[in-house]
Design a protein around this ligand. Structure first.
Ligand code: KPL
Length: 317
């Protein structure tokens, strides 16, 4: 961290792509960080064989990262990065309640709904939320590739809190390793835009099993994305987020900038893991229902992804 920043001891909760990416980059740049995994086997493997980090310029670096399984409780720290999927948060609630009062919490989930959930379950805390666009792919429980550089926007949800000293120091660190990190007094507009981008890109890439850029190469997928955008924008508008042509163009830019990325949902589908579709398209469908706004296309994508992941369990051959 910058010399005038306070020392930050980060505990990353979650050994998925994003958790390993941040943990590795912190350790490799000389910061104090450890990872807490849900799987005891993953913690054991990281401690035994070290993790490997594939940097953007193609180097493969060993990372002396310490890991522990969540069942052992949380190690001490002053910043807890929540890097598990949204639907894994409820199972971790007893541990989240153990986070020391003087530590900061930064939640990095995709989708929406967890912001209100955390506020309800941890009412005496201010949680910060990150919209992360740094790309990562997990090759195994001990190996992660940094697939693209992007931004990290951090802010509180409803409160008017500024960054606390730990969050400021973390953002200083992020900028020092070339992450375009900013503090946003109001993170909601960014969260809605990321939600809509994920609601278009992730399920389509997962269904057709193509990288993000391929969506733009076919007029049928572009048409479908447009209709999905119109449905999502109606829900967002109802919540005070006016989405327009610039936001539609921005989704194209995301597909272009991450053209060779496999979306996180496609990665989950390939590994037969539960996806984040409920937190993404499911959230839009739910909010649409509450407001009387029909979202049949998002509802179909939600169903197809749920079907696709459950059917995989029964595949033959
Ligand atoms: O956030 C992403 C994801 O894969 O979850 C995008 C922006 C689609 C990049 O792959």
């Amino acid at each position: 961290m910058r010399s005038e920043s306070i020392p930050v001891k980060t505990v990353v909760i979650g050994g998925g792509a994003v958790g390993l990416l941040y943990a590795a980059r912190l350790v490799l740049s000389g910061q104090s960080a450890s990872v807490v995994t849900r799987s005891p086997l993953q913690a054991e493997q990281i401690n035994r064989q070290k993790m490997s980090f594939h940097s953007l310029d193609g180097q493969v670096l060993p990372v002396p990262l310490a890991a522990s399984p969540i069942e052992q409780g949380l190690p001490p720290g002053n910043l807890y990065l929540l890097a598990v999927k949204q639907n894994d948060l409820p199972g971790l609630l007893p541990f989240l309640r153990e986070i020391p009062q003087n530590a900061s919490i930064l939640a990095l989930q995709n989708g929406m709904g967890h912001q209100e959930w955390l506020a309800e379950k941890l009412p005496d805390r201010i949680c910060y939320f990150g919209i992360n666009a740094e790309g990562a792919r997990r090759l195994s429980g001990t190996e992660v590739i940094h697939t693209g550089s992007g931004s990290l926007r951090v802010g509180p949800w409803n409160e008017t809190a500024g960054p606390d000293p730990v969050i400021s120091a973390f953002l200083d660190w992020a900028r020092s390793v070339q992450i375009q990190a900013t503090f946003e007094a109001s993170i909601q507009p960014f969260a809605w835009r990321k939600l809509v981008a994920n609601a278009l890109i992730n399920p389509l890439t997962a269904i057709f099993e193509v990288p993000n850029g391929a969506l733009l190469e076919n007029p049928y997928t572009v048409d479908l994305m447009r209709d999905l955008f119109v449905e999502a924008a109606a829900v967002a508008n109802h919540h005070g987020q006016k989405l327009g042509e610039t936001d539609w163009q921005e989704i194209f830019a995301i597909c272009r900038n991450t053209s060779r990325n496999l979306s996180s949902m496609l990665q989950d589908v390939k590994r037969q893991r539960r996806t984040e579709v409920e937190a993404i398209n499911g959230y839009l469908v739910q909010k649409g229902k509450e407001a009387g706004i029909p979202t049949p296309l998002h509802e179909s994508l939600l169903r197809v992804i749920l079907l696709k992941t459950s059917m995989g369990e029964e595949k033959v051959g």
